[in-house]
Design a binder for this molecule. Structure first.
Ligand code: 6PG
Length: 484
């Protein structure tokens, strides 16, 4: 009898190759196909040698080797290649078969593709896969969404290959319909941008204000990784600080300060703008990457525009403690804002998101994995209807405790001309969030003054709109188009 495969994979690039090795190590037989077909043979005779893989040289061969319902997973470049492969596979599949996209696809594409594939009688899963190459091999975090009927057929494979936390709980569960999985993965990436940016800001404060060496910073990050900030990104930052180039000098000092990006942070920012969510920390982190990319202009400006020269004469250890608090406080804001975005999206797109479950999926395997996510899980376990993370007692107390040191760091950064856009904007958000009053009354007055956009009054019931003829020249006609 010819051997059949439990699942088929298209795309033997870094993620695909490692993910199928992970699947095979858990006892699954995997059929593999790649557009450049030599890659299939190289894999079967290389890392896949002697293992339960079926090498396919065409889509037809791949599909023919699968047991039913057939499960075909694509790990190809996001965008047009996904649509192209869907069209190529669809004609070879039968009703009930499942197409899975494990790339970083833009969630509106996944919504559209789910509808399209379902309209052909098939099922579609768009899943976030996080953790890079090592994660894919040893246990990624997986965030699947799409056609709910597909979940029972892919659940065992996904949960067995996913990272495990708390004695075996998989960092993978069903997220929701159509684009929900890819949306959650996109927010994960936005948070990743935010975490990386605030760590970068702390690095600049240590380097430029406190004059610390990479080795000293290695010590600080290593210590922080045993405390509240215990996380993968702090851990790798500690390792990066210690890494030496061939000449024995810190590798970090040799790297050009120009950030790249593939777009998921930008999508998160756009989604926040679309949904009207104040996602300031992630937004600033995306903009900070854009500013870093304007390297040549910055170099020119640095010769023309003067500013304060960083100077520090205080207690270095006290400043480092403040810096840790600044990172911790800002991190709470970032996740609170990210969850705010998830909640707004759930409402807009009709997803039933399990917020504690999402924290659990991010708790292990992925790039933003941290001890902190365990506290978020607890907050949603205590109150599944929690409207905002800052309204949870644990996090409320933590930002209250963090804010004095955090304010000192922001003040020092601003006074010394060190840019800290994400740490400072997060603090501004906190101050705005805890303000019963904000100066938006003046905005409303201005809007009414120049455009008759009307305003509500504090001495009248909400929902009644008023207009003042501020100049005595305008008429009494009001504009109704701009209220929310
Ligand atoms: C992950 C990462 C992964 C990838 C990012 C990098 O979860 O494993 O987020 O998806 O490394 O896309 O993003 P940028 O290139 O935009 O920094």
């Amino acid at each position: 009898m010819t051997k059949t495969a439990d699942i088929g994979l298209i795309g033997l690039a870094v993620m695909g190759e490692n993910l199928v090795l992970n699947m095979e190590s858990k006892g699954y037989t995997v059929a593999v196909y790649n557009r450049t077909v030599e890659k299939v043979d190289n894999f079967i005779n290389g890392r896949g040698a002697g293992k339960n893989f079926i090498g396919a040289h065409s889509i037809e061969e791949l599909v023919a080797s699968l047991e039913r319902p057939r499960k075909v997973m694509m790990l190809v470049k996001a965008g047009q290649p996904v649509d192209d492969f869907i069209d190529q596979i669809i004609s070879h599949l039968e009703p009930g078969d499942i197409i899975i996209d494990g790339g970083n696809s833009y969630f509106p594409d996944t919504i559209r593709r789910t509808q399209y594939v379902e309209s052909k009688g098939l099922l579609y899963v768009g899943t976030g896969v996080s953790g890079g190459e090592i994660g894919a091999l040893h246990g990624p975090s997986m965030m699947p969404g799409g056609s709910a009927q597909a979940w029972p057929f892919v659940k065992d494979i996904f949960q067995s290959i996913a990272a495990k936390v708390d004695n075996g709980v998989p960092c993978c569960d069903w997220v929701g319909s159509d684009g929900a999985g890819h949306f959650v993965k996109m927010v994960h990436n936005g948070i990743e941008y935010g975490d990386m940016q605030i760590i970068g800001e702390a690095y600049q404060v240590m380097k430029d204000l406190l004059g610390m060496s990479a080795d000293e910073m290695h010590e600080v990050f290593t210590k922080w990784n045993t405390e509240e900030l215990d996380s993968y990104l702090i851990e790798i930052t500690a390792e990066i600080m210690a890494y030496k180039d061939e000449d024995g000098s810190p590798m970090i000092d040799k790297i050009l300060d120009k950030a790249g990006q593939k777009g998921t942070g930008k999508w998160t920012g756009s989604a926040a703008l679309e949904l009207g969510v104040p996602l300031t920390l992630i937004g600033e982190s995306v903009f900070a990457r854009f500013l870093s990319a304007q390297k040549d202009m910055r170099v020119e400006a640095s010769k023309l525009i003067s500013g304060p020269k960083p100077e520090f004469s205080g207690d270095k250890q006290a400043m480092l403690n403040d810096l840790k608090m600044a990172l911790y406080g800002a991190k709470i804001i970032s996740y609170a804002q990210g969850y705010n975005l998830l909640m707004a999206a759930a409402k807009e797109y009709g997803w039933q998101l399990d917020y504690g479950g999402i924290a659990l999926m991010w708790r292990g395997g992925c790039i933003i994995r941290s001890a902190f996510l365990g506290d978020i899980k607890k907050a949603f376990d205590t109150n599944p209807a929690l409207a905002h993370l800052l309204l949870d007692n644990f996090f409320k107390q933590k930002v209250e405790l963090a804010q004095d040191g955090w304010r000192r760091v922001c003040a020092a950064a601003l006074l010394n001309g060190i840019p800290a856009p994400s740490l400072t904007s997060a603090l501004c958000y906190l101050d705005g969030f805890r303000s019963a009053w904000l100066p938006a009354n003046l905005l409303q007055a201005q809007r009414d003054y120049f455009g008759a956009h009307t305003y509500e009054r504090i001495d009248k019931p909400r929902g009644q709109f008023f207009h003042t003829n501020w100049t005595g020249e305008g008429g009494n006609t009001v504009s109704t188009a701009y209220n929310n």
